[in-house]
Structures are given as C-alpha cells and as structure tokens.
Write a protein that binds this ligand. Structure first.
Ligand code: BT5
Length: 312
C-alpha cells in the first residue's frame, strides 16, 4: 500500500487475495457502503482516502496487529447483551479470541444480574471469548488482568489516572468509567470457555449520565475533555489484552499482580466491605498472589476474600 502513492492495483489485490477483479471491485463497493472513501484511478488502482469514524468489522480489523485476538470479530448495531452472543458463539465452537462488539446493548448486564447501561454509540460494549488452559478457580484472575489492560490503555492514550477498585471497576477521579464481567463455563474442574465482558463509557457527555449513576459514573470524554475514537480504542485494548494474556499464560499471575497494585484503589485505606453475609470496616492491604483481596479488620485479623464488594 505504501508504494505508488498509496494506490494498489486491482490486479495485485486480485492476485494476493486469489479472487477475481470483479470480486475486488465488489469489496470496494462494500467498503464504500461502510463509509470508507475510496479513489479508483485507471492504471493506478485503488486508494483509501479516509476511513469512517465508526465501529464496524472493517474499521476494527483494519490495522489490527494481533496474532489471535479479534481475527473472528462480530459487530452488531443493537443486541440484548454481547455476553449472550459470545456464549452462543462459544457453544457453536468458535475459536479462542473471538470478539463480539455492539453499538448498543438494550439488556447489558453487570455482575449478579445488575443492569449495565450501554447507550448507542457512546461506549465500548464488547465480549471476548477465551478458551484458557486454566482451572476454574483461576478465572477471576482474568478479571484482574483485563482491569490492568484497560488502565494501561487509558494511560497510554491520555493523561488520565485510572484506578482499579477490586475486583472489576475502573475508576477515574473516583467515578466508574468501566466494568468487567467474567463468565465461565466449566466441567470436571476444567474451564471450557470464558466470556470476558468489557464495558467502557467512552463518549458520554455529563448530561448523558442520568439517575443514580450521576454521582458515581463518568466517561473517558468527561474526564479527559476530549472525544475518543471508539474503533481505535478497541484496537488498542485488543493489542494490549493479547500481549498481557500471553504473558500471563507463559509466566503466571505475578506480573499482572504487580501492575494491578500500581492502580489499586484505596489500598492502605479504611473501607467498608460487603459480602452476602455481612458488612464491616477494614483496611485494604492489596491482593494475594492468586488475586484474592487482602484486608485487615479492625481487630487486626488479616482476611483473604474471593468474593466481596468494596463500598463507595
Ligand atoms: C460490572 O458489573 O461493572 C460489569 C459490567 C460489564 C459490562 C459489559 S458490556 C459488554 C458485556 N455485555 C454485557 O451485557 N455486559 C458486559 P457490576 O460491578 O455489577 O456493576 C454494575 C453496576 O454498575 C450497576 O448496578 C450500576 O450501579 C452501575 N452501572 C451500570 N451501568 C453503568 C455504566 N454504564 N457506567 C458506570 N456504572 C454503571
């Protein structure tokens, strides 16, 4: 694409892709429908003048430099929840690294069937299908891993200072901009697959955040005072996710833990912790080598928590 002023000939495309010249032309028409501006000049070939600033399979996959993540990518305008679609695809045998993205979710979900507000075109609502060689108790480590990926991407792309509220919230200036939902299918102590859901408020303006979310949620745009390109941000996340995941698989959780601790929210501070059974005051100490939350209660007892909520 760099040679010939960015033009690439129809013949070259047809040879490389092993499709007819007519098929190349049809693909160009498809790209135009998708919002790409393409110039076609006789004897020179085709050149992309501009890419649309929207999310589609093309805009996310174009320039996506991953080995396995997002090679199968499904984009929808509106879904109930990308999690449900990813589960269906998993059951159909779709591969590790399959990604589902939607512009809008009408029944987005958080943990414990809580609703996840996913307004049209304003955020990243995405599920990643993983087939990790892990035992089920390790699955929560993937949530922490994903949280570090998001924190690192926000830092790469802005001056923002993200923090991770254990286990799955990314906060900026004490407000939630992103949540992660890890769902797993396991049998005989072996994970069959994991659907890792990522929700990020990207381009909501302050007025777009309503009701009881007003005082506890925010968006990247509100905090950085800039619009973000959703497609480009997805690409960055996929790159960073693949890198971090491969490292985790080959070297274990230690590196993730170190990065996580850089961003840990209220570590060293007194908080209220809530579980199904009780609510109490404790000091957050950090995370354990396996990702569990480490806290110290008011009598000085150290506790290791696998499932709990840190209250606001
Ligand atoms: C989460 O749950 O934070 C996990 C959110 C995962 C969403 C993604 S989007 C793609 C994929 N498809 C899905 O259907 N889900 C995943 P949890 O920690 O339980 O937080 C839920 C709580 O966050 C709600 O009870 C609200 O208080 C709050 N909340 C809902 N929508 C929000 C939003 N857009 N931004 C910030 N907070 C929100």
């Amino acid at each position: 694409m760099d040679k010939n002023d960015g033009y690439v000939s129809g013949q070259q495309l047809s040879d490389q892709l092993e499709i007819s010249r007519t098929a190349v032309w049809k693909h160009m028409k498809e790209l135009e429908k998708d919002g790409y501006k393409i110039e076609a000049i006789q004897r020179k070939g085709y050149r992309i003048i501009s890419s649309p600033d929207k999310v589609s399979e093309n805009t996310v996959q174009w320039g996506l430099n991953t080995d396995w993540l997002g090679h199968q990518l499904y984009h929808y305008k509106e879904v109930a929840s990308t999690q449900d679609i990813a589960h269906q695809l998993a059951k159909q045998g779709k591969p590790h690294g399959t990604v589902v993205i939607a512009d809008e979710q009408v029944k987005g979900k958080g943990r414990m069937s809580r609703p996840w507000h996913s307004p049209k075109g304003k955020g990243i609502w995405m599920s990643i299908l993983l087939r990790p060689d892990l035992v089920p108790v390790q699955a929560p480590q993937l949530t922490l891993l994903a949280a570090t990926v998001l924190a690192e991407v926000f830092i790469q792309k802005s001056e923002l200072k993200p923090q991770i509220k254990w286990p799955n919230d990314i906060l900026i200036n004490h407000k939630k901009v992103s949540g992660i939902l890890t769902e797993m299918q396991a049998e005989h102590d072996q994970i069959q697959y994991v659907v890792l859901g990522i929700g990020i408020n990207v381009n909501q303006a302050a007025d777009d955040i309503q009701g009881d979310l007003r005082h506890k949620a925010s968006s990247l745009r509100i905090e950085s005072e800039e619009e973000w390109s959703i497609a480009e941000t997805i690409q960055c996340i996929l790159h960073q996710f693949e890198k971090t995941y491969d490292q985790f698989m080959s070297q274990g959780f230690k590196k993730v833990k170190n990065v996580w601790e850089k961003y840990g929210y209220k570590i060293g501070e007194q908080v209220t912790i809530k579980t199904m059974k009780r609510e109490w005051q404790a000091e957050l100490i950090g995370i354990e080598p396996d990702g569990a939350l480490k806290a110290r209660d008011q009598k000085g007892n150290e506790e290791k928590l696998y499932s709990a909520e840190i209250m606001w």
